[in-house]
Design a protein around this ligand. Structure first.
Ligand SMILES: [Mn+2]
Length: 321
């Protein structure tokens, strides 16, 4: 690939998180260094606390510029999806990608990728994050091309996808990678502050409100959940990313093994699930809400009312836990 210059699209999942952005930007920057023309297409808005990331200003948001994305898609030689195992997860964007001629490569760590969607599938669900796979891949290709900016992206992906190493696979490799990234010159204190100590006043109050006013505790099942209406989100001047992190908070309670955030979005209900290590919420997401993800972090989009979603969740808890 290094002799010739190819037109490459790098994309990732909607509601992009630190791993989605970190993995896609890292590989894009690397491929540009090899002389390829790379377009980063992110399905929808990037949370403000990731806007400091390297090359983020070069990312094209599909929702903001469909026409530009169509022309990029139709012209591409390669499509690389990171942290995304099926293009169908991206709803409107998947339609415009379905018939393009590009060779499709998936690099991901979610379970059960649909094999027939990809020409090359690099998938490992035993790793901390997609960024970990990307780091190993880039190191294999040419470690000298991994610069400070790429290192910042990889760090962001690993650190956020493990929720600050709270749910890591308990293996040494991600920590070894972080040590290598520090040698590349990254400033972990600075990055941690940019991601985690950067709440707006409204977002921080939404977190407090969710815990103090909205938390429900199903004590005999070890489950706690928070339900938020669109109106409540608007009262706190909701912006993309405002609810990120809320779902994990109830796991701090000693008797809580599973937590959920059920929040009302413009055209659907967003279900986010988290669990302590021994509990599998992916099954719950898949079986009851047609969603997916990981054993300890999964989610789904539910098309119905907020109260219906809550009712199904309570039934699922009664049946499954
Ligand atoms: Mn991930």
């Amino acid at each position: 690939m290094s002799q010739q210059s190819y037109k490459i699209i790098v994309t990732t999942h909607k509601n992009p998180d630190g791993d989605a952005l970190g993995s896609s930007i890292a590989i894009s920057r690397f491929l540009r260094k090899l002389g390829h023309k790379v377009s980063i297409v992110i399905p929808d808005a990037i949370p403000s606390f990731y806007l400091w990331m390297p090359d983020i200003d070069q990312a094209i948001i599909f929702d903001d510029d469909n026409a530009l994305c169509f022309s990029i898609f139709s012209d591409a030689d390669y499509l690389i999806a990171t942290d995304l195992n099926s293009l169908s997860r991206n709803m409107s964007m998947s339609v415009s990608i379905n018939n393009i001629k590009a060779f499709r490569i998936c690099i991901d760590h979610h379970l059960d990728p649909p094999q027939n969607e990809w020409d090359i599938l690099i998938s490992d669900n035993n790793v901390s994050s997609t960024s970990e796979i990307i780091y190993d891949l880039l190191t294999y290709m040419d470690p000298n091309l991994i610069d400070k900016q790429i290192a910042e992206c990889i760090y962001t992906g690993i650190y956020t996808d493990t929720n600050k190493f709270f749910h890591c696979c308990n293996c040494s490799h991600p920590y070894e990678i972080i040590a290598e990234l520090i040698k590349k010159g990254i400033n972990v204190n600075e990055i941690n502050n940019l991601i985690y100590n950067s709440y707006t006043y409204d977002r921080f109050r939404l977190l407090g409100y969710s815990i103090y006013e909205k938390l429900k505790f199903i004590e005999n099942k070890g489950v706690a959940y928070i339900k938020l209406t669109q109106k409540e989100l608007q009262e706190f001047n909701y912006h993309p990313g405002y609810t990120e992190g809320i779902v994990s908070m109830p796991l701090s309670i000693e008797n809580v093994n599973v937590s959920a955030l059920i929040s009302e979005r413009k055209d659907h209900i967003k279900i986010s699930l988290r669990s302590k290590a021994a509990y599998d919420v992916r099954y719950l997401a898949q079986r009851y809400f047609n969603g997916g993800g990981h054993k300890n972090a999964s989610g789904a989009d539910f098309y119905g009312s907020l109260d219906e979603a809550e009712k199904i969740f309570i039934e699922a808890v009664e049946e499954y836990l």
